[in-house]
Structures are given as structure tokens and as C-alpha cells.
Design a protein around this ligand. Structure first.
Ligand code: ADP
Ligand code: ZN
Ligand code: ZN
Length: 826
């Protein structure tokens, strides 16, 4: 009686239960079912046959009656590994997330039910063939019949034998076949047009003659093509800076041929230049050696924080660590904040390791993502570079996880499971015995605190590479400028610095953390401010399309000509956004080439990269932008950085606003003076004496940290407590308010009952959330502060009250958004 039970998760969003279902495993399947495999199971009253995924196999189960049986096993090997399943279970508990959402993060991209296994015949020595048993021979014959490749499910349909999966696995072990995963997507195969020199017998001179001396552009294209086999038209156009019509003209003259060809879905550009290994500086060397020594000794303390000033060469450290991991046969996950915004980092990794790199992030199409995921799964690459979700890359021999710019808020997921990538990375390292390296010029207060306590090992890079200096930072008090009668967006200091920088031919970056033209529109007579009808947010005026836009829900309306409240005509536009900075920059510096880079100018695919390329080639004099220009950019010729208003993030009512301001100023300032020329930074502010601005000016992270950590302690904020934010929202304001009150009371009751008396005073609220209304929903908030030791019990209470609704209160019309240690409490 060796009956076993399998817990199977069914992707059934409609179902109200977020639990795995238990099924019986038939004896003839016993040794083929493993965790992570997909199975066919009967489901629901009608016993509809559907696909599920096994997350647990167990010897016993308390309720043995009425269990249904697994019908069939789909996979010959697990689709996902046990450690990733365990990780998803852990996340679901840790972040109070529905299990199905947590599981989704570790499943292959797309719909796991659509994944197919292809079996490919590798080699067939007749001596080996003779020794096969009849079933094996049958399988091999069938694959051969189908041209060497067959789909597993199709094969099983032909054979109808319960042990097929096992036999397949045996054959794979013997090296006779291999398997490969594939996903059906709605995306069509991708075709692209390619060009080539048509007549291969033609001589170079003949060719030029046919084109004719005066068709300069055509000549240029032909010369370019002459030395190549074929090239995609898209690439040809960018390479030769030519138009499609010029290329078509060459086709008409019979010089070139154009044909369509399927292109492999790869997000990695082919034309990335090799990135040569650099000779490490002493500081870098020490850093790499310390980490390697720990790895070699298999030390218990497997976590590092590299605090290295901007331009200290952190990337080179990562690259050389990866190289060492490859030597040891180990795999590395490299995380970057937002992959679309960090092309330079990607170029360096691909430039050094080429085909050994896969890219994983959410901006890719499903097809592209699946292809990258599969490369990892099938062991075709040793390195994954990606945004936070790449932490789930299905490596089996993971040695190292690198988290670059570890302070960035994008490492916290805002959707279920609302995980913190650093915590998940630690968990994976613990599971797999891997090492973790975090790096930043401005580590988060939490991370630095942990290295201070000794939870992670701190490594410092105090100098920029080649002894380049950190830029000089000037603070300009904008109140003084006003007093002197300067109402422009540029202070005298910044204006003159830009002017000077243009004269010597260097590049400038201007930073402002707000897009659009005017940040709010208001009536001068009655004070009315135009707000989004769906959100409690003032709308931003965008000059480009002459609309008022809500930056939360995207709603766009025509700007009012008269005040909707008092009918006056005195509608005024206030506040500056990047569009206005651009306009004024062009006005003041008409000869300069000015470009703006923010969400509005980079929505088209490739536009972001194109701006960065122009910047690199020094075709832009002044680059204006939001956060996008603050992150990781490494341009040699940028010698001036201007921060138009350092206060935008400072005035937010959030406990992290000082930290964010310090980080932003330091990071943006860090873009200046990275080449041979010294850099200068001008920071405009109305709070020149604020400590985050003063310490950023002095490049003094430690002083900032020391001040900030005291405040966090005094006001009881992370890292001294955990914050839990519970937002309750719905369309009926009164109703949501009432439910929130009920929930609050239940929380208090349950917390008391659980003996968590200490926590009673740490519940803040309920109150209308700082953003009272978003997308038509009214929002109320309860915030709980809790020490680590109470967290488990507290989460239990929240689960009872808010998720399982054990008190059975009527929750129609309201939803919950529970976030554990959120990025901000706004
Ligand atoms: P950050 O620490 O700000 O991430 P980067 O990794 O971008 O700095 O490095 C800054 C610049 O210094 C890059 O252009 C990089 O190529 C260069 N660099 C890094 N290490 C060295 C080295 N050992 N020798 C010479 N140049 C280096
Ligand atoms: Zn009015
Ligand atoms: Zn809105």
C-alpha cells in the first residue's frame, strides 16, 4: 500500500480558493511523478480534465476519502525545480500573497499550460539501437519517422503506454535523445527584410558605374554592402543613415536584392562591441579578492555590500566576479534596476560574455521572454542580466547573485507577491549555497544598517577609477535669486555654467524630477486647482499635445479656458516640468543641441537608446531629463550637471523623502566628470540647509547615514521596525470608510487576543490615504509598525481579518492592498 498524494495547483483564477488540491497518485505512476511536473487531473463537478502543476508529493494525507486520481503526467522532467516551488510558498507567506500569484513568478513566462516538450533524436549508432528494448525502439522509430523531432504529447498519444515518460528519460540519459521546451504564443513568427548585393559576378567598379557618380547616398550604401553577405534593412538604414527610398532605388537599379527572413526572437542586439577586461585598481582588486576568498572558503557569511562612490568601477568588479564563477562552472544572476534604462550595463555584460548571457525582464514580449527563460532552463547560458523578476531565473547551479544599484525602489514589487528582491535573493542564496553581492554609491539605509550590524560584509570603494575627482557641487539658494529679481528657472550660477560649458564644447545634463510643462493649473480668482476627475491628483499641463494629464491614471483633458467654479478667465499655469526646462533652455541657448529624455519622449521602442547613442557620440550638448538621466549613465564628456529643483522629492510627506533626495542628488551629480575632465554640479533649491542637500554636496554618505539613522530610531521607522500598510479601497467613499473602521476594530481585537499587546499602540489610522482617491477608488489606510519578533503572529492576524475574513463581515465593494515594508507610505 504505497499510495502517495500529490498537491496540485490549478491555474483557476475564478476559483475562490487559493489552495492546492490533493490528488491520488496511481501505483503505476508512482515513480514518475515529481514536484514541478504538470499533470492532467479531473476538476470540478463535471470532472473536466485540466492541467495543473504538482507542488508537493507526500506519503500521507489526513482526508483519504473522496480523492480523485491524477489522470496522466504531462512532463518527463519537472518544468520548475523544487527550490523554486519552495521559494514561491515562502513568498506567499512572507508577503501575504495569494499562492497562485507567487507561483506565477517562478513558472515559465506565458501560460504554463501552453508549454510543449519536443523530443529530438540526437545520434543513433546501430549498435546502440540493437540493444534497446522494444518500447525504446518503437519510440526511436517514431521520432525518426517524423524527421527526428516529435512533440512529447503527440508521441504519447501514439504509444499509449503509461511508462512512456520514464522511457523518454532513460533515452535522454543514454544520450540518444534530447528534449527542448517550446511555447505556443499568439505572436506570429517574426520576419524582417534583408538586403544583399544581387549579382555576385559584378565587379566593384562596374557596380559603382551602374549606380552613377552623383547618387552619393546609394554609392555609400552599396560600398557598405559590398563587404557583407546580407544585412537587415533596418540595420542598414541606421548604419548608413539612409532612407528606405534610397535603398529601394538601388533595388530598382538591380544592384541589390531584398528578401524576407525569419529572425530569431532575441532582445540582444547583434552589434554589441566586445568589452575588454580592465586591469583592476587596488581598491577594486581588494574587493574582488575578498569576495572570492569567501567563496573559495565556502564561508558562512555569504553576503556583501559594496559601497562605492559614483564612477568607482563597480561594474568591472561584477564582471570579473562573473568570470570567476564561470571558471568554477557556476551561474550568476545580475540584477539591474530597470533594464530599459541601463543599456550600458547590458552592453558591458554582453560585450564581455556574448552568447553566455540571457536577458530577462518584463518589457520583452512573451515569446522573447520564453526563449530567454528556456536558454537558462536548458543550461545554454551561465549569466542572466535582468530586472527584479530575473531573480527567479531557473538556474540549477547558481553561485552568485549581484544586485546593482541596490537602493533603487524598483527592487520592491508593487504587485502580488509584493516581494523585496533583496530578501528573495537572500532566500535563494540560502537555498542554493550561493553568494550575494549588493552594490551602490548610495546604499539604502536598511542595507547599510545591516552591514553595520555585520549581517553583510561591507566593502568600500572610496575613489573613482584612475584617481578621477568627484565633481565639485555648488548649492544655489533660489530664494536669494528671487530677491535679486531673477525669476527664471536658471540661477545666475547655473546659467553661466551652462554657457561656459557650451563654449568649451562639453556636454551638460539638466535634471528635474517632473515631466510635463506646468505641474499644476489653478484659478487666480478663487484658487481652484484642476484635479483629475478619477484621482485626487492635480493635473499636469503638457505643451506637446496641449492637454492636462493625470500622471496616475493617464486621463487627458483639454485645458479649461474659464474656471469651472467661478467662471473667471484668470487661469494660470504654475510649476515647472521638463518640457518647460527644454523650452527655456532652447530659448537661452539657441545654438545648443538640446534633447529631452523622459517618459513622454521615450515611449517609442528604441527611442531611449537612440537618445543615449547620440549623447555618447557627443551629438547632444544639453540633455534634459527626469530620473532617466540619473541612473548609471557613464558619459566621458559630461562635465556639468544642473539640478533644477532639488526639493521636489524633499517635500513629500514620506519617511524616505530625505533618503530619496540624498540618493537622487548624489546619483545625478555622479554623472559629471567621469572622463578626463573635472566635473561640476549646480544644485538649485529652496532648502539649502537641509542635511540631505548639504551632505550630498560634500559627497558624505556616512554623515548622511549617521544623521538619518538617528531620526529613524527616534520616530520608530525602518530599519528599527517593519511597516505594514493596509489600504482599503472602493468606489463608495462612505462605505469604504465604514468597512475600514470595522477592519481596524477587528485588527485591534485579534491583536489583543493573540497576546500582541505591545502592538496595540503601533497601529496608526485608520485615515484617508495620502492619495485619497485613485482611479475612482477612495482609499483608506491603516499602518502597523512591528518589531521582527511579532511579525509572524501579526501576519497571521492580518490574514484572518483581511484575507480569509474569518469574522465574515460583508466585504462587497471593497478591496485590500496589503504591503509589507512598502517603498513609501504614500
Ligand atoms: P560605477 O561605480 O559608477 O558603476 P562604472 O562601473 O560605470 O562606475 O565605471 C566607471 C568608468 O570607469 C567606466 O567607464 C569603466 O569602464 C571605467 N573603469 C572601471 N574600472 C576601471 C579600471 N580598473 N581601469 C580603467 N577604467 C575602469
Ligand atoms: Zn475660479
Ligand atoms: Zn487620474
Amino acid at each position: 500500500m504505497n499510495k502517495k498524494y500529490a498537491q496540485v495547483v490549478i491555474d483557476n483564477k475564478a476559483s475562490s480558493t487559493d489552495k492546492p488540491y490533493t490528488y491520488l497518485i496511481d501505483s503505476n505512476m508512482l515513480d514518475s511523478v515529481e514536484e514541478g511536473m504538470r499533470v492532467l487531473v479531473p476538476f470540478g463537478r463535471g470532472n473536466k480534465v485540466i492541467k495543473g502543476i504538482v507542488i508537493n508529493v507526500q506519503e500521507d494525507y489526513e482526508k483519504k476519502y473522496q480523492l480523485k486520481k491524477i489522470i496522466d503526467i504531462i512532463d518527463d522532467k519537472p518544468l520548475i525545480s523544487k527550490d523554486l516551488i519552495d521559494l514561491s510558498i515562502w513568498m506567499s507567506k512572507e508577503y501575504l500573497s495569494p499562492y497562485i500569484d507567487a507561483l506565477q513568478t517562478v513558472l515559465p513566462p506565458g501560460d504554463f499550460k501552453e508549454v510543449k516538450t519536443n523530443i529530438i533524436l540526437k545520434e543513433l549508432d546501430s549498435k546502440v539501437y540493437v540493444d534497446l528494448n522494444p518500447l525504446e525502439k518503437n519510440i526511436v522509430d517514431l521520432i525518426k519517422e517524423k524527421g527526428g523531432k516529435i512533440e512529447l504529447e503527440f508521441l504519447k498519444g501514439l504509444i499509449k503506454n503509461k511508462v512512456t515518460n520514464k522511457v523518454i528519460r532513460e533515452l535522454e540519459k543514454k544520450g540518444i535523445i534530447e528534449t527542448s521546451l517550446e511555447i505556443q504564443t499568439s505572436i506570429e513568427k517574426k520576419y524582417e527584410k534583408f538586403a544583399f548585393i544581387k549579382d555576385s559576378s559584378i565587379s566593384y567598379e562596374e557596380m559603382l558605374n551602374i549606380i552613377g557618380k552623383r547618387s552619393y547616398k546609394q554609392l555609400e550604401i552599396a560600398k557598405y554592402l559590398w563587404t557583407r553577405d546580407e544585412i537587415s534593412i533596418k540595420e542598414l538604414m541606421t548604419r548608413t543613415d539612409s532612407s528606405l527610398s534610397t535603398i529601394k532605388a538601388l533595388e530598382r537599379k538591380g544592384i541589390i536584392g531584398i528578401f524576407e527572413k525569419e529572425v530569431y526572437r532575441t532582445p540582444i542586439k547583434k552589434d554589441i562591441k566586445p568589452y575588454e577586461k580592465l586591469q583592476l585598481s587596488l581598491e577594486q582588486r581588494y574587493c574582488v579578492d575578498t569576495i572570492l576568498e569567501s567563496i573559495n572558503n565556502g564561508e558562512k557569511n555569504n553576503k556583501f555590500l559594496i559601497h562605492g562612490v559614483t564612477g568607482s568601477g563597480k561594474t568591472e568588479i561584477y564582471l570579473q566576479l562573473v568570470e570567476e564563477m564561470i571558471k568554477r562552472g557556476k551561474e550568476t544572476i545580475v540584477l539591474v534596476p530597470e533594464i530599459a534604462l541601463t543599456p550600458q550595463t547590458i552592453h558591458r555584460f554582453v560585450g564581455r560574455f556574448g552568447d553566455n548571457v540571457a536577458l530577462l525582464h518584463s518589457k520583452l514580449s512573451f515569446g522573447e521572454r520564453f526563449d530567454q527563460w528556456r536558454k537558462v532552463k536548458e543550461g545554454k547560458v551561465k549569466i542572466v542580466v535582468g530586472a527584479r523578476s530575473a531573480i527567479f531565473a531557473p538556474f540549477t547551479n547558481l553561485g552568485l547573485i549581484i544586485i546593482d544599484e541596490e537602493h533603487e525602489s524598483t527592487y520592491k514589487s508593487s504587485m502580488n507577491p509584493k516581494y523585496d528582491t533583496i530578501e528573495v535573493a537572500e532566500k535563494r542564496c540560502e537555498q542554493l549555497g550561493a553568494f550575494l553581492v549588493q552594490g551602490s554609491a548610495t546604499p539604502s539605509i536598511e542595507s547599510y544598517y545591516r552591514s553595520r550590524k555585520g549581517d553583510t560584509k561591507l566593502l568600500n570603494l572610496k575613489k573613482r577609477v584612475k584617481d578621477k575627482k568627484l565633481p565639485e557641487v555648488k548649492i544655489v539658494d533660489m530664494r536669494e535669486e528671487l530677491k535679486l529679481g531673477n525669476k527664471s528657472i536658471f540661477s545666475k550660477e547655473l546659467y553661466e555654467a551652462i554657457d561656459e560649458n557650451l563654449k568649451v564644447g562639453n556636454q551638460t545634463i539638466l535634471f528635474l524630477n517632473r515631466r510635463g510643462y506646468s505641474t499644476f493649473v489653478s484659478c487666480r480668482q478663487c484658487g481652484y486647482v484642476v484635479k483629475c476627475s478619477e484621482c485626487s491628483i492635480s493635473m499636469t499641463y503638457h505643451l506637446g499635445d496641449n492637454k492636462l494629464k493625470c500622471h496616475y491614471c493617464g486621463l487627458a483633458i483639454n485645458p479649461p479656458k474659464i474656471c469651472p467654479v467661478c467662471r473667471s478667465k484668470y487661469i494660470k499655469y504654475f510649476g515647472i516640468g521638463t518640457e518647460k526646462v527644454e523650452e527655456f533652455t532652447r530659448k537661452f541657448f539657441p545654438k545648443a543641441v538640446v534633447k529631452r529624455m523622459d517618459m513622454d519622449t521615450t515611449s517609442r521602442k528604441g527611442s531611449h537608446e537612440s537618445i543615449l547613442n547620440k549623447m555618447k557620440d557627443e551629438k547632444i550638448d544639453i540633455l534634459i531629463g527626469t530620473q532617466m538621466v540619473a541612473k548609471g549613465l557613464d558619459f566621458k564628456n559630461v562635465t556639468l550637471v544642473g539640478i533644477i529643483a532639488a526639493d521636489t522629492s524633499l517635500n513629500l510627506p514620506d519617511f524616505r523623502s530625505s533618503e530619496r533626495t540624498f540618493q537622487l542628488i548624489t546619483q545625478v551629480a555622479g554623472r559629471a566628470g567621469r572622463g578626463d575632465l573635472e566635473g561640476k554640479v549646480v544644485v538649485q533649491t529652496y532648502n539649502p540647509d537641509h542635511y540631505s542637500i548639504q551632505y550630498a554636496k560634500d559627497h558624505d554618505y556616512l554623515a548622511f547615514y549617521n544623521k538619518e539613522i538617528l531620526l529613524r530610531k527616534e520616530f520608530n521607522y525602518p530599519p528599527f521596525v517593519n511597516l505594514i500598510s493596509i489600504v482599503i479601497y472602493g468606489e463608495d467613499n462612505m462605505h469604504v470608510g465604514m468597512i475600514t473602521r470595522k477592519i481596524y476594530n477587528l485588527l485591534i481585537e485579534n491583536i489583543e487576543d493573540s497576546g500582541l499587546k505591545d502592538l496595540k499602540d503601533s497601529i496608526v489610522g485608520p485615515f484617508p490615504a495620502p492619495l485619497e482617491k485613485i482611479k475612482k477608488n477612495y482609499r483608506y489606510q491603516i499602518i502597523i509598525k512591528s518589531k521582527d519578533e511579532y511579525m509572524e503572529q501579526l501576519k497571521q492576524v492580518i490574514e484572518w481579518v483581511c484575507i480569509l475574513n474569518r469574522n465574515k463581515i460583508d466585504l462587497t465593494g471593497v478591496k485590500f492592498n496589503i504591503d509589507i515594508n512598502p517603498n513609501s507610505i504614500l
